[in-house]
Ligand binder design. Sequence first.
Ligand code: AMP
Length: 303
Amino acid sequence: MIVATTVAELRAVLRPRRAGSIGLVPTMGALHAGHLALVAAARAACDTVVMSIFVNPTQFDQQSDLDAYPTPVERDLAQAAAAGVDVVFLPDATEMYPAGHATTVCVAGPIAETLEGAVRGRAHFDGVATIVAKLLIAAQPDDAYFGAKDAQQVVVVRRMVADLGIPSRIRVVETVRDPDGLALSSRNARLSPPERAAALAMPRALDRARRLVTDGRIGAPEIVATVTREMQESGLDIEYVAVVDPDDLAPLSRVAGPALLAVAVRAGETRLIDNVALAPVAPGADAGVDVVPGRASSEGALP
Ligand code: AMP
């Protein structure tokens, strides 16, 4: 496995490999089985797999969250190598944001300003769009892999790639969960045992919502109220619970077609997000039809 720390090095390493296909897996490190499912999907489809590891300061709305973000570089490199990554792109902040940098990619409108954008502020998705654009321009992959867990990020990235005419396909990989249902996240390590027990109300509530819809109870207000109550009863602080269109995140009043239930909570100081698709996507529709099934986390290679 090659480690490149500059864009020039990355391009030089990839140049002779461009005859085959290149897949990029952007991450902020602290790898877990969710990231490795993205690598597995890229490995299955692409000749060369590139993983970027960069804790992007511009997408953090709180300095304390950035400061607390884990950076186990040696462990990440070992996991990336074991998962079959060919090239790790590991730039420092000045490589991605050189002195005097003045350009930001701004995705405007509801897709960036609702849900996570409303809680974390406008700058969050500007930071995401900017770094993803820079990584896509640096690596110029045929395919770039993102997790369904960050559903709004997928919507924003798809929009940005379409608007800027970046010629990479955006692939989405199913959320990988611990056996108890909690979606894997680098932030889960911060949960105390009682907080983790409370956090399990989140996947439980999403499951409950799915069953409500299966039973024909498709009104968004009832779904939102049920999910909110279930999570509040476990002591979670609710930031939002919303039933939205998976394509443009517009609020839905009922689940009559593809719908996404997106939630954000705090367990103690730790912020957690999750989501579930509430209706199957109609064949041929473009709302995540290219979702690649993730592996169960128990099959992951966490040491
Ligand atoms: P992060 O390092 O948190 O920025 O995540 C890097 C990529 O991994 C993003 O595309 C995430 O959506 C994806 N990801 C994070 N957690 C999971 C998970 N539990 N299952 C699938 N993908 C995930």
